[in-house]
Design a protein around this ligand. Structure first.
Ligand SMILES: Nc1ncnc2c1ncn2[C@@H]1O[C@H](COP(=O)(O)OP(=O)(O)O)[C@@H](O)[C@H]1O
Ligand SMILES: O=c1ccn([C@@H]2O[C@H](COP(=O)(O)OP(=O)(O)O)[C@@H](O)[C@H]2O)c(=O)[nH]1
Length: 236
């Protein structure tokens, strides 16, 4: 696969480091320098960042909040991560623009498809916060949506496991990793590394997904080159 423009999905937890919540400076710096290196190598990178290190909408239910309010808080968490990443990537020497799906003009640009494409063409890394801008969605679905809108060649899902397994590897130590599978197989076998809506949207827009682990330094550059342990999920 020849990749020029990639959509990188980073879960919020990926920025949390060993503490498991909030932002870890060292982790942020490591991931940002990997992204900056990929940009210097000529890849156009758009990032959709999650917010699970701060708040997930469903957590609100146990606090007496409605799902709609919980999801609004969750989306705000993703914007916090986008601002942190924008700063960390610029500190690593590459220009970056945070864009939010929910207008917050005092903090960052609002997401507009054509403006995001302009930034990418001009060599800036675009960091997309706010998910889809709607409750009841996830940032995985946001990542598939933005990858389709921005005509990305691939969706790279960077996470804490090194691919898609036949069952959750965190729960089943005997789980086996796929090198390759289709979106339909991932959906029908209920392989929960991404939600069904994200797999379905990626399938319908003809977008391949690479699932890889973010843990080692240089992981993002290697994933872009198709190197290292990973699972390739293809529409057919
Ligand atoms: N079949 C599977 N293959 C790989 N990972 C899976 C699978 N089922 C569930 N997972 C879990 O999906 C998680 C990766 O998704 P991610 O979006 O980064 O995490 P979260 O959903 O907790 O934010 C991993 O922590 C892994 O334990
Ligand atoms: O389009 C979206 C994307 C995210 N969220 C909310 O933001 C939270 C954080 O996103 P996500 O759980 O996808 O983050 P990740 O698991 O990747 O860290 C979610 O739980 C939702 O509450 C939402 O409402 N709409």
């Amino acid at each position: 696969m020849q990749v020029k423009r990639a959509l990188l999905k980073l879960s919020g937890e990926a920025l949390a480091g060993p503490a498991g919540s909030g932002l870890d400076g060292e982790t942020l710096t490591r991931i940002a320098s990997d992204v900056a290196e990929a940009s210097r190598q000529g890849f156009q990178i758009a990032i959709v960042v999650g917010g699970g290190n701060f708040f997930r909408g469903v957590q609100g239910l146990t606090r007496g909040l409605s799902r709609n309010t919980g999801d609004s808080i969750g989306m705000l968490g993703t914007v916090m991560n986008a601002l942190a990443l924008e700063h960390a990537i610029e500190s690593a020497g590459v220009q970056a623009r945070a864009m939010s799906a929910i207008a917050m003009p005092a903090l960052c640009e609002s997401y507009a498809r054509r403006r995001a494409i302009d930034h990418l063409r001009n060599g800036k890394v675009v960091v997309l916060g706010g998910g889809t801008g709607n409750p009841w969605f996830t940032t995985d679905t946001g990542a598939a949506l933005r990858a389709a809108e921005l005509e990305c060649d691939v969706l790279l899902k960077g996470t804490n496991v090194d691919g898609v397994y036949d069952s959750d590897p965190r729960k089943n130590p005997g789980a086996r990793r796929f090198d390759r599978l289709t979106h339909d197989e991932a959906i029908s076998r209920d392989l929960k590394v991404m939600d069904t809506a994200a797999f379905a949207l990626a399938r319908d827009s003809g977008l391949s997904i690479v699932v890889f682990s973010l843990h080692a330094p240089g992981a993002i550059c290697r994933a872009l080159r198709g190197e290292g342990p990973q699972t390739l999920v293809t529409p057919a």
